[in-house]
Design a protein around this ligand. Structure first.
Ligand code: PA5
Length: 410
């Protein structure tokens, strides 16, 4: 990309950033107030305490933005520090049955999350759960073990919750599903999994404050990222964006990013196709295409310090195998770090656009920061493309047809 192209894209990104700043100052976009809020978490603690008293396992029902943020956060959980959290997401009958086979329903809680309160998959999951729990713990047991998060006002989910005396927490109507990871939607499952949700918000606050305070648009990482992405797509045919995380703990974050980017920007012929990937695993799956296939992708490589981390290979193990000598005395983390750098360098050497984001650690603070970064970048990119990042009108068509098939096959 030439300096002129970048300067012109940054000029457009500046307008998106100005819009964000105006929203921040006027409290128009509740997402931007979340990082510094703590009052909303007050409703969460009693629910958490009750789950901790009764349960070993929690099922989170919900799909899309009502699931992926919490799932990305919960992937950071340490075993035995919190309850086991299972994200159902789908209506796959086999997985549903398999999961229930492994659960003791006396010791299982359920959180049903749907902003609209009408998503068919989530309603179906909840109805199926209610049937199973009614048989094992009865209606009184359901009221103690279930919680719903949905918008205020009448909707099918709230009505169903009322029938079973299930407590409801409010989903802020001003926060869209895929922008809700930092709200109760993502933070209740995260707290249940034993994570420090204050640290998630602190990380998000740091990125937000830096973006709001940046003097030059070039110094605002989300605006710069949006400018580069949009200009590469427009001027250089970069039609896909690869999120490549060198940490298993970020595998679900890659899925969260994929939804955020795809559903927010894929409108009126705009958008670039997000691809989720994990290093080093995808070096043995997709890297050949990235290096030698069509030059139509940009790459975001996310790493965390791993040098010296993990099991270290005892030199005596490789003493008689010269081919393995280079691994002697080295740790798993050494090899991970070397591959991350090697892949970034190889892509760049091939002329592929690469940016590297280095986290301080794969932890709550860094993930809060990363999520805020990508939400801001997405909103600014949407502004540059002239699309609304907060709706998803095209997906309605498929839902209407699915309903018709259900009716026709009754
Ligand atoms: O990001 C979005 O807005 C969507 O992916 C929704 O989260 C998803 O469709 C689920 O919607 P709801 O929370 O209303 O059940």
């Amino acid at each position: 990309m030439s300096e002129e192209e970048l300067a012109s894209a940054l000029g457009e990104a500046r307008l998106g950033l100005a819009q964000l700043r105006a929203w921040h100052e006027s409290d128009f976009l509740p997402l931007l107030a979340l990082p510094s809020r703590r009052d909303d978490l007050e409703t969460l603690w009693p629910v958490l305490a009750s789950f901790q008293e009764l349960c070993t396992d929690i099922l989170v029902l919900g799909t899309g933005g009502s699931s992926l943020g919490g799932r990305a956060l919960c992937a950071l959980a340490q075993p035995h520090r919190g309850l086991r959290v299972h994200f159902l997401e789908n209506v796959d009958p086999w997985r549903f049955a398999q999961l229930f086979d492994s659960l003791d329903l006396e010791r299982t809680g359920v959180i049903a999350i749907s902003k609209s309160g009408g998503t068919s998959e989530t309603m179906m999951q909840l109805l199926a759960c209610l049937k199973r729990f009614r048989q094992s713990v009865g209606n009184a047991g359901i009221a103690r073990r279930f919680t719903v998060i949905t918008e205020p006002g009448a909707n099918p989910l709230r009505r169903l919750a009322g029938e079973f005396a299930i407590p409801c927490l409010d989903h802020d109507p001003g926060i869209g599903g895929r922008f809700s990871a930092l709200s109760l939607v993502g933070l209740l499952p995260a707290a249940i999994a034993g994570l420090d949700i204050g640290a998630v918000r602190n990380g998000a606050a740091e990125v937000l404050e830096a973006a709001m305070a940046a003097g030059d648009t070039r110094d605002c990482a989300p605006a710069l990222g949006a400018a580069v992405s949009v200009a590469l797509a427009r001027e250089h045919g970069i039609a896909a964006t690869v999120f490549l995380a060198y940490a298993d703990g970020l595998r679900d974050t890659a899925l969260w990013f994929r939804q955020l980017w795809a559903e927010s920007l894929g409108k009126d012929g705009n958008g670039t196709t997000p691809i989720d990937a994990v290093g080093t695993v995808d070096q043995h799956s997709q890297l050949q295409l990235w290096l030698d296939g069509p030059a139509d992708k940009m790459f975001t490589i996310v790493t965390a310090p791993s040098l010296g981390q993990g099991d270290r290979i005892d030199p005596e193990m490789t003493a008689r195998i010269p081919e393995l000598d280079w691994l002697a005395g080295r740790s798993l983390g050494d090899l991970l770090e070397a591959h991350a750098r090697g892949t970034a360098d190889a892509l760049a050497a091939k002329g592929r656009p690469v940016r590297t984001m280095r986290l301080d650690a794969v932890d709550e603070h860094s993930l809060g920061a990363l999520m805020m970064h990508f939400m801001l970048e997405t909103i600014i990119a949407a502004h540059m493309m002239g699309v609304d990042p907060f709706d998803q009108p095209a997906v309605e068509e498929g839902k209407i047809r699915a309903r018709a098939y259900m009716d026709a096959t009754r």
